[in-house]
Write a protein that binds this ligand. Structure first.
Ligand code: CDP
Length: 246
């Protein structure tokens, strides 16, 4: 039995959730939601709900794992057991190990690890509710949480996916488009447009691939603005606090 929709795009060019083909889902970003983490972010994107905690830079133990000239970055992507329809077995899976690895690599070019030899920076991304695009949602949240932790970075990282349904490219896949579409291309990039993560399922022609990257770029540009706005709002608030008397 399959609940595959007959059509993904209607005669008015709208998708099943009413979006245009180049429209991203609504995103909400909250910063500093965890008091014990050095930086944190709660992000909703469509029906995805993601919580990220950042710890560090702090001394890495055991010391034999320390790098003499830079900090080590650790990134753990984890789906809560209740985050999807069919319960996820707790603990790492092939999928979560892969996503953790590529997400860590998405941040390595921007985090100024050389400033903290012997240290570790830990990023914990918890997917509380999943609805397609969780790796990109987690990267968007992690980027903000790293900034909240005051980790020196060359810039923020933003991520979104482009896919193909009914032979057409669509930005930011929803669950049905992800499950039954013809392609899925998650991309993360720096604010200068340098790609730091690129994966692909399915197939696209070279022309489609070029166009998909342009669409991702535009999606990431919009997300970057939201990330910056959220950070400005948080830190504008902080500076508004009265300075304590000496
Ligand atoms: O979430 P993302 O698109 O980055 O990764 P995916 O492997 O393409 O998974 C797409 C979606 O399938 C997820 O966002 C979840 O909604 C769903 N999924 C699931 O229901 N059960 C899993 N074990 C893994 C994913």
């Amino acid at each position: 039995m399959s609940d595959k929709p007959e059509k993904f795009i209607d005669e008015n060019g709208l998708r099943l959730d009413g979006r245009q083909i180049n429209e991203i889902r609504q995103m909400k970003i909250k910063i500093g939601v965890l008091s014990r983490a050095d930086g944190s972010c709660y992000l909703e994107w469509g029906n995805n709900k993601i919580l990220v905690a950042v710890y560090g830079p702090r001394e890495l133990h055991p010391r034999r794992l320390q790098k003499a000239d830079s900090a080590l970055i650790r990134y753990r992507y984890n789906m809560a057991a209740f985050s999807v329809e069919e319960r996820i077995r707790p603990g790492p899976s092939r999928r979560s190990i892969e996503i953790s690895k590529v997400s860590r690599e998405a941040f390595e070019p921007v985090i100024m690890t050389h400033l903290y030899p012997g240290a570790v920076i830990d990023v914990f991304a918890e997917v509380l509710q999943a609805d397609a695009g969780t790796r990109t949602a987690a990267i968007n949240a992690a980027s903000v949480a790293l900034a909240d932790a005051g980790i020196p970075m060359k810039g923020l990282v933003s991520a979104c996916a482009v896919g193909k349904v009914d032979g057409q490219l669509v930005l930011d896949l929803n669950k049905a488009e992800d499950n039954y579409g013809q392609a899925d291309l998650p991309v993360a990039m720096t604010q200068d447009g340098e790609i730091t993560l690129l994966q692909m399922d399915g197939d696209m022609t070279q022309e489609e691939f070029r166009k998909a990257l342009e669409m991702c770029k535009e999606g990431c540009r919009q997300i970057l603005e939201m990330q910056k706005e959220a950070l400005k709002a948080k830190f504008a608030d902080d500076t508004a606090l009265p300075v304590p008397d000496e």
